[in-house]
Design a protein around this ligand. Sequence first.
Ligand SMILES: [Zn+2]
Length: 252
Amino acid sequence: MTLPEVGLAAVAGAILGSFANVLIYRMPRGESIVTPASRCPRCGTPIRAADNVPLVSYLLLRGRCRSCGERIAGRYPLVEGLMAALAAAAWATQPDLLARLSALALAFLLLVITFIDLDHQLILNRLSYPGVLLGLGFAAAQGRLVPAVLAALGAGGLIAAIVILSRGGMGEGDIKLAAMIGAFLGWPGVAVALFAAFLVGGLVGVGLLALRLRRRRDAIPFGPALAAGALVALFWGERLWAWYWSLGVPGF
Ligand SMILES: [Zn+2]
């Protein structure tokens, strides 16, 4: 792994981020993800290829449509920038090509699922089911299929139990998302991911209540917390796991 390689991964990540924006906007609306070409939502002018370069075009156009001057949502460069950073991190931290591609695929799916969940409180089966299969595929190629299947079943089962017992907060989509994360991360990654997800979800929930941005009865989507937990586990999982056991927790 060299610096130019990581830079190249970031560029590829920005392009993937641009595709993620298309999926985030079109998939929940049931629109084709291939045609038509992207258009300005206000004036309908198709966006030229030269104006569709991830991150760069947004900066050159100063965040406005070239035809009508309508502001382009900051969401688009945000998603492109996040995916660029995640791709660079995947390349820099993972040990070999398979692990890097697996990390890239997981990060891409998590990004798309998170933003759709934030917009629509919906986790699409069309993303989570192929995600489970892809995660198991990578695990099989890495010779760790059985633990990955167990991690997927365990994580999905745990969230399913919470959904049944608590009635609220989490939904069916979260069960499938947790299974997908288990398939990709295996053990002990999935344990770190779930623990971090409950921590992040709890802190954000308490924060939103304290700032009066949400009331106690409002549903707060758990998908983004699961995604954040999965990223924590992807990049720091082994170190956190080793650190946790080094604490000498009473009873173990
Ligand atoms: Zn326009």
